[in-house]
Design a protein around this ligand. Structure first.
Ligand SMILES: Nc1ncnc2c1ncn2[C@@H]1O[C@H](COP(=O)(O)OP(=O)(O)OP(=O)(O)O)[C@@H](O)[C@H]1O
Ligand SMILES: [Mg+2]
Length: 243
């Protein structure tokens, strides 16, 4: 398996007659930032769901740090060291920011006080403003929500972080802030990342390597420059709504 932290082998996931992910294979190398792109409906989120145990793949296998994790339930996958953020911001209207992140920390730390301390640390690490730790989910902005979601994932102490459209809806300067946070997570915490993203400037700048999916299948893999000039990739994007 070489230096791959995650290996996906021939994973297929069907919804009725629709093959959302079709014999997909990929390796994620330890400590890299891998971009996973593709037009709407390509199967990116479904692949994340197959890795994190939200769905059990119909076929294929998933290995993390050389051990098989295929079909394990989400809480077990998190404990092994894979965390994810969600494409749709999941509001926690009636919970405070600190409590929302503490819930993540409690997966690994049994004491509430220590989990709270860990939550404060990760919130500070991602640059969430300290004076807003006690705010409710209904009282914070979109970028703040994204930082909380990121902190909640980090609080579980992951080795691999799967990011599903973290940059969507953000203003350019907010994306720059977020990109710096992601680089610090990789460089200072040693966390490997897979970045699913439609915002090309964001994902192309951050990723050393890009995998492109289309209709459940991997159609290209290479450096950002290589995939951007790949005719199959251009055709896949032109065939759908432009991004
Ligand atoms: N729970 C589900 N039930 C039925 N079909 C689903 C389900 N989840 C996803 N699909 C279908 O599977 C295909 C892949 O969807 P998926 O959400 O994985 O794509 P995606 O690459 O994440 O797209 P986007 O960029 O729009 O988020 C789509 O055709 C979608 O409609
Ligand atoms: Mg998606």
């Amino acid at each position: 398996m070489g230096s791959a932290i995650l290996s996906v082998r021939n994973v297929t996931k069907r919804f009725g007659g629709l093959v959302a992910v079709n014999r997909m294979s990929m390796d994620v190398r330890s400590n890299e930032m891998l971009g996973l792109i593709g037009p709407n409906g390509a199967g990116k989120t479904t692949l994340f769901n197959c890795i994190t145990g939200v769905y059990k793949p119909d076929e294929g296998r998933v290995f993390f740090e050389g051990r098989e994790i295929t079909g394990l339930p989400p809480h077990v996958v998190v404990k092994r060291g894979i965390a994810r953020t969600w494409q749709k911001v999941r509001p926690f209207k009636k919970m405070t920011v600190l409590d929302a992140v503490t819930v993540g920390a409690l997966l690994k730390i049994p004491s509430v006080e220590s989990a709270k301390e860990r939550a404060r640390e990760v919130l500070e690490f991602v640059g969430f403003p300290k004076e807003k730790f006690a705010r409710l989910g209904s009282e914070i902005t979109l970028i703040e929500h994204k930082l909380v979601d990121l902190a909640r994932a980090l609080a579980t102490g992951p080795k691999l972080l799967l990011l599903d459209e973290v940059a969507a809806g953000l203003r350019p300067h907010e994306m720059d802030t977020l990109a710096k946070v992601l680089l610090r997570i990789r460089d200072e915490l040693g966390v490997t990342m897979v970045i699913v993203e439609h915002v090309m400037r964001f994902v192309m700048n951050l990723s050393e390597r890009i995998i492109v999916m289309h209709e459940g299948v991997k159609i290209a893999e290479g450096t950002p420059k290589e995939v951007a000039s790949d005719p199959r990739v251009i055709e896949a994007y032109l065939g759908t709504k432009p991004v």
